[in-house]
Each structure stands twice: as C-alpha cells, then as structure tokens.
Design a protein around this ligand. Structure first.
Ligand code: MN
Length: 309
C-alpha cells in the first residue's frame, strides 16, 4: 500500500458463546491498528428466549477491554469486585495488566436487541505487568463534525479529549453521521481503522458497511466520508504499535512461555486472576498447541479459540 493509502478487508464471522460477531481485528495481514489489537462487532441480534448475551468468568493479561453498546445492556463483574451495568453511550474500560478475570452477563431476563462492539488495546511494556484496574465513564465528551457528531471514547479528536485511561498514543471515537459528507481531520503519524456498526459510507470511492474494516495508512491529514445512509461507525487510530505481540485466546503477551504460564494459572485456579462473583460458569478452553515449541515466536501469532473472548 502506498503511504496514506486505503483498503477494505472483510471481517471474519464467528460466535462468542451464542452471540454472532464480526471480527474486524486481528486479521492475517493486519494484526494491530496503533495499540488496538482486537475488534468484535456483536449483533445486532434479537434475544427472545431465556439465553442472553452471556460470557462467563474468563481471564485476561496484557490488554485493556473497551466495551461500547448501541442497544441492549450488560453487567460487568470482575475479580477486583467491580459490578457495573453497561448501557449504550457508556464506556466500560478494564485494564488487565498482569492478570484479571471478568464476566459479561446479560441483564436477566433479557429481551430485545443487543448490538455493540468490544475492542482490545494492547498494553505497552511499561504497564503490561502492572496492576489490573477498572473504569466506567457514564458520559463522554462530544465534538461536532461535518454532518454529524463524534463521541470521544479514548484519546483526543476534534479538539476534545476523553478522560479515560490511555497507556499509549491512540484514540477511539464513535461517529454518528447523517451526511451527506463528513471530513475527518486525522493525525498523520497515526494509522486508522473505520468499522461501520450500522448504515453505510463511501471512503476513497470504496463502499464500507458492517462486516468490514476500512484501513487508512499513516501519512493522512484528512479523510472524506460520503454518508449514504444514517451511520454509526467506530474510528480507531494510533501510532503503529512497535512491540511485537503474541495473542492467544484472551491473552496478549510477547512469547509463548508467557501464554503457557497464564493458561496454566487460569486452569489451576491460581490466585493471580482472583475470583469473579458470577452466576455463570468459568470459561475453559484447551491448552495452546504450538506448532513447533523450539521455533521463535512471530509477532501476532496464535489464535483466539472461537466461543470465547
Ligand atoms: Mn473478556
């Protein structure tokens, strides 16, 4: 791709529990955008029966989870003792550091439409061994953009800065656009990603709708979006992450022994991850199967076993 270039790639459809998701990150050829390393667009899906959007207690290391809902509700519970209802327009930000566990529970009984996105931010070396933490921001600053409004989840955009914790130079914004066109001012040292949650856009002459990732390389100062219908989209950006990460299941690490160690600690119910007070069962997965244990790990290698997050 030429500097400042743009490309769209398809997200991968999978399931998290019973929830259909479209995984925009990571992709085989695109592991990160800034420090953003994971993006699951969940739903919209209608729940009419007893089951809801539940994910039982599971561990994380080395990342922050960013949960953002358009419709529906969740209850976040973690091993720090946090219990927090998540509603549309509220930012749920959990920092794993050296280890945390959490559950994402449906509000029972849940009936209706669930639609949201969960993003992960890889923590840099300076904080990834640190304490776990949790923040919830019930309201976030907004900025007017041409043809719509931007809600700043993380970092700064259009002169507005989010109060949320940030360990590297990155940003995340929700765009609520009516059109007909929106011109975004970008930082040229950032690479960016656009994930449409509902509606549709044309960016650089290419249509972009739900189920795809639009990637904008570094070196751009603006991006013009043609808004073909009322649209809600997530704009991610950041300085390209220069630490080679290894992701497996819910862990963001640097090498296989860190992953093996975290896996063993979770399987052994080691105190590192603490206890989550949840009506749901702990999530368990099979052990990592490395192709060749003597091989040097490559950046971004590994898999996320489906059915877990
Ligand atoms: Mn999680």
């Amino acid at each position: 791709m030429s500097p400042g270039g743009f490309e769209t790639t398809e997200s991968r459809s999978t399931l998290v529990g019973t929830m259909p998701v479209r995984r925009a990150l990571p992709q085989r050829k695109r592991r990160t955008i800034g420090a953003w390393c994971f993006a699951d667009h969940a739903g919209p899906v209608d729940f009419a029966g007893p089951e809801g959007p539940d994910v039982g207690p599971h561990p994380h290391i080395g990342l922050q989870t960013v949960t953002w809902l358009l419709t529906g509700e969740l209850v976040h519970r973690d091993s720090l003792g946090s219990e927090q209802r998540i509603r549309p327009g509220e930012l749920n930000l959990m920092t794993a550091g050296r280890g945390i566990a959490h559950a994402e529970e449906a509000v029972t009984p849940f009936r209706g439409t669930f639609h949201g996105i969960q993003l992960w931010v890889a923590q840099p070396e300076s904080t990834r061994h640190g304490d776990p933490a949790f923040e919830h921001h019930a309201s976030l600053p907004q900025a007017a953009v041409s043809g719509g409004v931007a809600t700043v989840l993380l970092g700064a955009f259009a002169g507005v800065t989010s109060p949320a914790r940030r360990d590297s130079d990155h940003m995340g914004v929700e765009l609520d656009l009516l059109g007909p066109t929106t011109t975004l001012a970008l930082r040229p040292e950032f690479e960016h990603g656009v994930i449409v949650l509902s509606g549709g856009l044309v960016c650089e002459g290419q249509p972009l709708g739900p189920g795809a990732l639009g990637y904008l390389d570094t070196g751009r100062e603006t991006c013009e979006l043609r808004v073909t219908e009322p649209t809600r989209a997530i704009l991610l950006g950041g300085v390209p992450f220069d630490e080679p990460i290894l992701m497996w299941w819910n862990f963001v690490a640097r090498n296989r022994s860190e992953i093996d160690d975290a896996y063993r600690r979770w399987s052994d119910e080691d105190s590192q991850f603490g206890q989550v007070s949840s009506r749901l069962e702990r999530v368990r997965v099979g052990a990592p199967l490395w192709r060749d244990r003597t091989e040097t790990p490559r950046p971004g290698e590994g898999t996320n076993p489906s059915g877990s997050r």
